[in-house]
Ligand binder design. Structure first.
Ligand SMILES: Cc1ncc(C[n+]2csc(CCOP(=O)(O)OP(=O)(O)O)c2C)c(N)n1
Ligand SMILES: [Mg+2]
Length: 656
C-alpha cells in the first residue's frame, strides 16, 4: 500500500528516530515510532507555534512528559523548521555538546519547554503552565494570552504518584486548556502493563473532573476528531491514544524490546522496507521536508496577528516586563528594612518572611504564592494575594492541597511558562516529598522560591517525624539551588530580595517556627548577599570564630558573650547561604574565617559537611540523630545546643 502524505510525514519521524538511536546505539525508538502519527496530527493541525519565533509568548506549550521519547521532539523541531536541532545535531544524538541530549533539556533547545525524563513530572509541570496561562489571561485578556497546553504522557507518567496530585489539581481548577495525549501502548520496560497494573485510568481521570476521549493512535481522522473534541470541551482532557510501540519495525513492534534499545541493522533495514523509505540515514526527501516546513509555517500568520494586537495593547509594557526573565524587586523592601531598625522585630523567621512578603507581593504582581495546606504555618498568604480559583484565575494564592510534589512541579511549570514568579510553602521535612522537583527547578534554571518552615528541632512537640535534621545540608548539595537559612527578620528580608534577583536559580528559604531575636542593627548593605559575614567582632584577642545559621545565630552570640567573660575573643559569623559564600573571592572568605582561629559551627542539623568551614580540628555542634518530641527548651538542652553546654567544650578545646 502506498503511504499517504500524512503517513510519509509520520514516517519521517520514525526513520529519524530509529536512525539517531541506531547511530548512538542508545536511546528509545519505541515511543517516537508509536506516537509519530498522533504527533503529526498535533503539529500539523492543532498546535499553535512558530518555529521562527520559538519564544512567542502566546504559543501553545507542548510538554513531552515521556521524556525518554526525546527523538520524537527533536524530529518534530527539525521537520517543522526550528533553527536547531540541525540534521547534524540529530546525527549526534546523545553525544557530548549535541543539543539533542538523551532527554529533552529546556536550556539546550528552543521549543523544548521543560526538561523531562523523571516520569510524571512533565505532566505536573504542564498543570503549572496551564495555571500560569489562565492567570495571565485573567490579567491581560484574550488578545495577549490565549493558548493551550498539550502533554504527551506514557503509561509510566500515569502510574507515578505525582500524576494523581497533578490531575487532581487540574481537575479542581478546571484547566480546560490542558490536554493530555496518553500513549496507551500497554507496554513499559518490564513488559506488558498487565504485569503491574489493573487500573481503569479513564475512570480515574473522570473521577477527578476530567473529560476523556479515546482514539486509534494510528488513524489520522480519528486522532483529529479526538483532539478537536478535547479542545472544545471546557474541562481538561485525557485522550487515550491506542498505539503500537515501535510501529514500523516489522518484527519488533508491539513488544517492550523496542522501548529503549537500538533496533539493530537488520530490523532498521526491515523497517525501511516496511515504510517504503529508500534514502540513507539523516537524509530527508525534499517533498516530505517541504510539506513539514509548510505545516511549521502555519503559525506565522497567527503570530503576526498577535504581534499587531500586542503593539496596540495599552498594557504591553507591563506584559513585557512580566514575561521578561529578569531580576525583580522593589525599593519598598529597603524602606521596610529601615523600619526594622527603628522597631526591631523578635518574631519567627516564618513570620518575618510573611512580613517581607506583604511588602513584596503588594509591589510585585508577578508573585504567585501558595502552600500545600499549611498556609497558617508557612505564613505564605498576604493581603495582596487573593485565592486563585476556578472562578477567579486572577487570584494570586494557590491552595495546592496536600500535594507537595505536585505543587513543586507546578511551580516549575509556572516559572518556565513565564510571567509569574511562583513561591510555595510546606514544612522543611517534607522537602523530601518534592525533592526531585526541587532538583528539576535547579536543572531547568527556574526561578521558584520554596518557603520551607519548621526548619529544625525548634518546632518542638511534633517530634522526629516533623523535625528536619539532614535536610538543610542535603539541599545544599543540589547544584544551582540557593539554600538560605536566615537568622532574623533583617536577614529574612535580605534573602527574599536575593531569591527574586536570580531569574535562573531557584531558592529555598529554611525558616524557623520559633521566635528569634533581631540581631542585625544595620541594613545599609544586603550582607546576606555575601553568603556569610562577621556579625560581631571579638573584643578580647580573637581565638575563636563561631559560625552559625538561622536560629542558632542567637545561640552563637550568647556563647561568644560567655567566652569573652573568660577573656577569650570570639567572632560570630552568620552564614545564611553556603552557595553565595562559596562564590566570594578567597580573600573575603579568609577575612571572615581567618586562619589560626578555632572554628566552631553551630547548626541544629547534621554536622556532616561542616568540616568544610571548621576544618577537622574545629568543633561542630549539631544533631547527628533524629530529634525527639518535647518542648523546645528541653530539646535544645537535650541535644546540647545551649550556651551552657557549648561554652565549656570550646574552653576545654582551647585548654583555658
Ligand atoms: C521517575 C522515573 N522512574 C523510572 C524511570 C525509568 N523509566 C524510563 S521509561 C520507563 C518506562 C515507561 O513506560 P512508558 O511510559 O509506558 O513508556 P513506553 O515504554 O511506552 O515508551 C521507565 C521505568 C524514569 N525515567 N523516571
Ligand atoms: Mg507504554
Amino acid at each position: 500500500m502506498v503511504p499517504s502524505p500524512l503517513q510519509h510525514m509520520s514516517n519521517a519521524i520514525r526513520v529519524l528516530s530509529m536512525d539517531a538511536v541506531e547511530a548512538a546505539n542508545s536511546g528509545h525508538p519505541g515511543m517516537p515510532m508509536g506516537m509519530a502519527d498522533v504527533a503529526t496530527v498535533l503539529f500539523t493541525q492543532f498546535l499553535k507555534y512558530d518555529p521562527q519565533a520559538p519564544k512567542w509568548a502566546d504559543r501553545d506549550r507542548f510538554v513531552l512528559s515521556a521524556g525518554h521519547g526525546s527523538m520524537l521532539l527533536y524530529a518534530l523541531l527539525h521537520l517543522t523548521g526550528y533553527e536547531r536541532p540541525t540534521m547534524d545535531d540529530i546525527s549526534k544524538f546523545r553525544q557530548l555538546h549535541s543539543p539533542c541530549a538523551g532527554h529533552p533539556e529546556n536550556f539546550e533547545l528552543e521549543g523544548v519547554e521543560c526538561t523531562t525524563g523523571p516520569l510524571g513530572q512533565g505532566l505536573a509541570m504542564a498543570v503549572g503552565m496551564a495555571m500560569a496561562e489562565r492567570h495571565l489571561n485573567a490579567s491581560f485578556g484574550d488578545d495577549l494570552v490565549d493558548h493551550h497546553t498539550w502533554v504527551l504522557a506514557g503509561d509510566g507518567c500515569l502510574m507515578e504518584g505525582i500524576n494523581h496530585e497533578a490531575i487532581g489539581l487540574a481537575g479542581h481548577l478546571g484547566l480546560g486548556r490542558l490536554n493530555v495525549l496518553w500513549d496507551d501502548n500497554r507496554i513499559t520496560i518490564d513488559g506488558a502493563t498487565s504485569l503491574s497494573t489493573s487500573e481503569d485510568i479513564p475512570a480515574r481521570f473522570i473521577a477527578t473532573g476530567w473529560h476523556v476521549e479515546s482514539c486509534d493512535g494510528h488513524d489520522y481522522a480519528d486522532i483529529a476528531r479526538a483532539l478537536a473534541a478535547a479542545k472544545a470541551d471546557p474541562r481538561p482532557t485525557l485522550i487515550a491514544c491506542r498505539t503500537i510501540i515501535g510501529k514500523g519495525a516489522p518484527n519488533k513492534q508491539g513488544g517492550s524490546g523496542v522501548h529503549g534499545a537500538a533496533l539493530g541493522g537488520a530490523e532498521v533495514a526491515a523497517a525501511r522496507a516496511e515504510l517504503g523509505w529508500t534514502l540513507p540515514s539523516f537524509e530527508l526527501p525534499d517533498d516530505i521536508l517541504s510539506t513539514w516546513r509548510a505545516a511549521g509555517a502555519r503559525g506565522a500568520a497567527d503570530r503576526a496577528a498577535w504581534e499587531a494586537r500586542h503593539a496596540a495593547h495599552p498594557e504591553r509594557a507591563e506584559f513585557n516586563r512580566r514575561m521578561a526573565d529578569k531580576p525583580t524587586g522593589t525599593r519598598d523592601l529597603q524602606t521596610y528594612l529601615e523600619g526594622l531598625i527603628e522597631k526591631p522585630s523578635g518574631v519567627a523567621t516564618r513570620k518575618s518572611s510573611e512580613m517581607a512578603l506583604e511588602v513584596l507581593t503588594a509591589a510585585l504582581p508577578e508573585m504567585l504564592g501558595g502552600s500545600a495546606d499549611l498556609t497558617g504555618s508557612n505564613n505564605t498568604k498576604t493581603k495582596a494575594t487573593g485565592p486563585f480559583t476556578k472562578d477567579n484565575y486572577a487570584g494570586r494564592y494557590v491552595y495546592y492541597g496536600i500535594r507537595e510534589f505536585g505543587m513543586a512541579a507546578a511551580m516549575n511549570g509556572m516559572a518556565l511558562h513565564g510571567g509569574v514568579v511562583p513561591y510555595g510553602g510546606t514544612f522543611l521535612v517534607f522537602s523530601d516529598y518534592c525533592r526531585n522537583a526541587i532538583r528539576m527547578s535547579a536543572i531547568q534554571r527556574a526561578r521558584v522560591v520554596y518557603v520551607m518552615t519548621h526548619d529544625s528541632i525548634g518546632l518542638g512537640e511534633d517530634g522526629p517525624t516533623h523535625q528536619p535534621v539532614e535536610h538543610v545540608m542535603s539541599l545544599r548539595m543540589i547544584p544551582n539551588l540557593n539554600v538560605f537559612r536566615p537568622c532574623d527578620a533583617v536577614e529574612t528580608a535580605e534573602c527574599w530580595a536575593l531569591a527574586l534577583s536570580t531569574p535562573h536559580t531557584p531558592s529555598l528559604l529554611a525558616l524557623s517556627r520559633q521566635n528569634l531575636p533581631q540581631v542585625r542593627t544595620d541594613v545599609r548593605e544586603n550582607l546576606s548577599a555575601k553568603g556569610a559575614y562577621t556579625l560581631r567582632t571579638a573584643n578580647a584577642a580573637r581565638r575563636v570564630v563561631l559560625i552559625a545559621t538561622g536560629s542558632e545565630v542567637a545561640i552563637a552570640i550568647s556563647v561568644a558573650d560567655r567566652l569573652e567573660e573568660h577573656g577569650v575573643g570570639a567572632d560570630v559569623v552568620s552564614l545564611p547561604s553556603w552557595e553565595l559564600f562559596a562564590a566570594q573571592p578567597a580573600a573575603y572568605q579568609a577575612e571572615v574565617l581567618p586562619a589560626g582561629a578555632l572554628k566552631v559551627s553551630i547548626e541544629a542539623g547534621v554536622t556532616l559537611g561542616w568540616e568544610r568551614y571548621t576544618g577537622n580540628d574545629g568543633l561542630r555542634f549539631g544533631i547527628d540523630s533524629f530529634g525527639a518530641s518535647a518542648p523546645i527548651a528541653a530539646l535544645y538542652d537535650h541535644f546540647g545546643l545551649t550556651p551552657d553546654k557549648i561554652t565549656p567544650q570550646i574552653l576545654a578545646k582551647l585548654g583555658s
